[in-house]
Design a protein around this ligand. Structure first.
Ligand code: IPE
Ligand code: IPE
Ligand code: MG
Length: 256
């Protein structure tokens, strides 16, 4: 795997300065992938972990500064207990197994989302992996676990209200920065590119504040089939987009 990827690194045609700094991914379609093969949904999740490893490795190699992966939403608890239990088991295994790779690739792990509901033993291994990678200086791998964009905004509002009450913040001086600084993602750049697999055209409560100006890229392929070629295509398409942030592009500006 590493042999083929180093060959592609040289061949990859998007120069570093045109690559997104932060890529966020809604990893969807594990269940459908399994269903199409007559397999139980959990097999889809198991294969999904292989895509996580592949994508993380390739993003690190391409010099992407941050990769944020939507692993479990605050709405996913509605699923059958058996599926939830398996997802927790996979998560714990992943946290343990990946420590070597994370160290080798100099990756800094962060977790965003609410802790209540996640079993203690999973939290323990999650915290340990985050702690072990704390001093790494390479790509930040941010895992959204029991994450919901609305819950995050609600938590931020609560935190801001408490700071106003205790005099740490002045209510007349609130700004967009105040909100950003009180989100789970405080200190992280906003995603430049949002990838969604399995074709749905929705954001499913992911990073509602942070994706205001993210470029969206959707593929029909389910997450277990997301590979290096797809990632490269998403980055190529991103590099060809004109991001205007509400302004005019250079050509229009010159015409006016
Ligand atoms: C994404 O795949 C993984 C999680 C949400 C945990 P799904 O499990 O949502 O797969 P589909 O959408 O049912 O195919
Ligand atoms: C989004 O996928 C959540 C994750 C990828 C973790 P879902 O499968 O939960 O989204 P919906 O239900 O199709 O909107
Ligand atoms: Mg889904």
């Amino acid at each position: 795997m590493s042999d083929t990827s180093s060959t592609t690194a040289i061949e990859f045609d998007v120069p570093p300065e045109k690559r997104p700094r932060h890529i966020a991914v809604i990893m969807d379609g594990n269940g459908r992938w399994a269903g199409e093969r007559g397999l139980p949904r959990i097999e889809g999740h198991r294969h999904g972990v292989a895509s996580v490893r592949r994508t993380t490795e390739e993003c690190a190699r391409l010099g992407i500064r941050q990769l944020t992966l939507y692993c479990l939403s605050s709405e996913n608890w509605k699923r059958p207990q058996e599926e939830i239990d398996f997802l927790m088991h996979l998560l714990q295994q992943y946290m343990i197994e990946q420590r070597g790779t994370i160290a080798r690739q100099n990756i800094r792990v962060a977790v965003i989302g609410r802790r209540p509901g996640i079993p203690d033993e999973v939290l323990r291994d999650m915290d340990k992996t985050v702690e072990l990678s704390r001093h790494n200086t390479g790509m930040r791998l941010c895992l959204a676990i029991n994450y919901g964009g609305r819950a995050e905004l609600l938590d931020a509002v609560g935190q801001i209200a408490r700071k106003v009450k205790t005099g740490q913040l002045d209510s007349d001086e609130l700004s967009e920065t105040t909100i950003a600084e009180n989100l789970y993602t405080a200190g992280m750049p906003d995603p430049d590119l949002l990838i969604r697999t399995a074709g749905e055209m929705r954001v499913s409560n992911f990073l509602l504040w942070q994706i205001s100006y993210a470029e969206i890229w959707v593929t029909e392929r389910p997450w277990p089939e997301f590979d290096q070629q797809q990632l490269h295509q998403a980055i190529r398409d991103f590099a060809a987009r004109k991001r205007r942030f509400g302004g005019l592009d250079e050509k229009r500006k010159a015409e006016s």
